[in-house]
Design a protein around this ligand. Structure first.
Ligand code: ZN
Length: 58
């Protein structure tokens, strides 16, 4: 089963979830409990233009 790496925006840790972000809406940071988590792409540099399809970033 593939794992997906996520990072917590609040405390900054990284952790793994066994499902993609589409189904990870209810997931929360295992440390601080924040739901402000985002996918982390560590295996390659992901660059894009202004609208990348993801939700709004601050
Ligand atoms: Zn956290």
């Amino acid at each position: 089963m593939p794992t997906y790496t996520y990072g917590c925006k609040k405390c900054g840790i990284e952790f793994e979830i066994f499902k993609p972000m589409d189904n990870a809406e209810d997931e929360e940071c295992p440390i601080c409990g924040s739901k402000e988590i985002e996918r982390v792409y560590s295996s390659f540099n992901y660059t894009c233009d202004h609208s990348c399809g993801s939700s709004s970033f601050g």
